[in-house]
Design a protein around this ligand. Structure first.
Ligand code: NAD
Length: 486
């Protein structure tokens, strides 16, 4: 029986499915129905110790496996992921709620990370200078760092772990993953397929649970590095505690992504892109559009077109044909979102579209319809906080410069988008906006696997980002050999 069909999930340690040393479990829900689909163990320090010990043992052999041989296992893994594409997407939709189409897209993003990592033989190459002086040469060689711990959020159960473990593993490290306890099912299927691809026991391990597992990984003397993706407060905590223990840490955090719409923009494109970016995946993307600064003279036209399109959005179970907007992750998150909508009204913003009133938002499950506020200001909580739900705030600005000034007041700096046809505006935007991932005339400028996922300010703590050459460097260390030829 595949691990995703069991009622009480197991940990995957040393190539075996083992029960966690705990009585404590949490319920895993299908957020579209409210139904309990599994129970996840809240593992303890002893589970972490066992996983790290097995990973550490496996590291001794795995680091000696030639890089092309390691890459070949990833090629096989890629094939298996492609073969199981829809099955994986269905698990994502069932535990996360996003539409099946979006889940298919997420699986694609995950597969792309495996494809990029399979290029390890080229990526791992060093550099040489044959003549640093007479008869003297130097060269750089690249090596793995040991056991890596990965801690991931609920919103991308496939893509975010895939930012981490394929590159960490192909470069010769071993890995312990702590998936989100709210979406833990997919990780187990990913492990089964990796085993089928020929990955030796102990190279990839999973310990399910919550903060105890995270602390266990952060404090463990045999964990060399931590890759974290999640909310801002937890990212800051993980970064501080991990670096205090002298580990390498990359901590990707929360966001509040700004889009700027200028008067020369193609309005049909701008509204479609922003609609997708704000309400796709129920706004539960770290790259979701959450604030739009629109030039005064086109603000009415923009809002009218956007609202019309939002009225056509289909709300429901992501597995049903044609559904665009699925549920948010939990009832508590729905309550929190509704509180933010109340707050926005109390703060004096104009509620243009009230997603609380959508008929389909009343059904079983945790639904909130697309919600749009106008006349939002920087003092308002709905402008400042990451709501992580289908709620969009609009501000009206006089020009590009004031839009950029406004955007740069945010403590977050993950993504920012500009909608315009003017090259000069694009250049000004690129040079002066505070954000790590920029888009022009697109809504979600999430970089592909071979580029770094490069948030700034409170959206990222660390030096080397996830993905691209940053990812490779994060998971490797170097030796420099200097030789005198005598
Ligand atoms: P979260 O911070 O609640 O959880 C992330 C992980 O941290 C989970 O595995 C969780 O078990 C663990 N965790 C939670 N509280 C903890 C604590 N007190 N101590 C130790 N560990 C703890 O995040 P989430 O709600 O699962 O995910 C959504 C958040 O992730 C959003 O803020 C989103 O912006 C962010 N995110 C960021 C990126 C990025 O690239 N910057 C990508 C995806 C998601």
């Amino acid at each position: 029986m595949t691990q995703t069909k069991v009622k009480l999930l197991k940990n995957y340690i040393g190539g075996r499915w083992v029960e966690a040393n705990t009585e404590k479990t949490e319920e895993v829900y299908n957020p579209a129905t409210g139904e309990v689909i599994a129970h996840v163990p809240i593992s303890t320090q002893s589970d972490v110790d066992e996983a790290v010990q097995r990973a550490n043992l496996a590291f001794e052999d795995w680091k000696e496996v030639p890089v092309p041989k390691r890459a070949r296992i990833l090629f096989k893994y890629q094939q298996l992921l492609v073969e199981h594409w829809d099955e994986l997407a269905e698990i994502v939709t069932t535990e996360n709620g996003k539409s099946f189409k979006e889940a298919q897209g997420e699986v694609q993003r995950g597969i792309e990370n495996v494809e990029f990592a399979a290029g390890a033989p080229s990526l791992m190459m060093g550099e040489q200078l044959p003549s640093i002086a007479a008869d003297l040469e130097s060269g750089v060689y690249r090596y793995p760092i040991g056991v890596v711990g990965g801690i991931t959020p609920f919103n991308f159960p496939m893509m975010v772990p895939a930012w981490m473990f394929p590159m960490a593993i192909v470069t010769g490290n071993t890995f312990v993953l702590k998936p989100s306890e709210r979406t833990p099912l997919l990780a187990n299927r990913l492990a089964e397929l990796f085993e089928e691809a020929g990955l030796p026991a102990g190279v990839f391990n999973i310990v399910h649970g919550a903060h105890d597992v995270v602390n266990g990984l952060l404090d463990h003397k045999d964990v060399a590095a931590i890759s974290f993706v999640g909310s801002q407060p937890v990212a800051e905590y993980v970064y501080k505690r991990g670096t205090e223990k002298l580990k390498r840490v990359q901590a990707l955090a929360g966001a509040k992504n700004h889009s700027i719409v200028l008067k020369d923009a193609n309005m049909d494109n701008a509204t479609t892109q922003i609609l997708n970016a704000a309400f796709g995946s129920a706004g539960e993307r770290c790259m979701a559009a959450s604030v739009v600064a629109v030039e005064d003279s086109v603000a009415d036209e923009f809002i009218e077109m956007l609202t019309q399109k939002a009225n056509e959005i289909s709300i429901g179970n992501g597995m049903d044909e044609g559904i665009f907007l699925g549920p948010v992750i939990r009832d508590k998150h729905k309550e929190r979102t509704l509180e933010y909508i109340d707050t926005g009204e109390k703060e004096g913003a104009t509620l243009v579209r009230d997603g609380r009133k959508d008929e389909d938002a009343q059904r079983e499950g945790y639904f909130v319809g697309p919600t749009i506020f106008d006349h939002v200001t920087t003092e308002m909580k709905i402008w400042q906080d990451e709501i992580f739900a289908p709620v969009l705030s609009i501000t009206r600005v006089k020009d590009l410069e004031s839009a950029i000034d406004l955007t740069n007041q945010s403590r977050f700096a993950n993504g920012a988008c500009l909608f315009t046809k003017d090259g000069g505006s694009v250049r000004q935007f690129r040079e002066t906006i505070d954000a790590g991932m920029l888009g022009v005339n697109i809504g979600v400028p999430a970089p592909m696997a071979f580029f770094p996922f490069s948030g700034w300010k409170d959206s990222f703590y660390g030096d080397l980002h996830a993905n691209g050459k940053d990812g490779l460097q994060f998971y490797t260390r170097k030796k420099v050999l200097t030789t005198r030829w005598v």
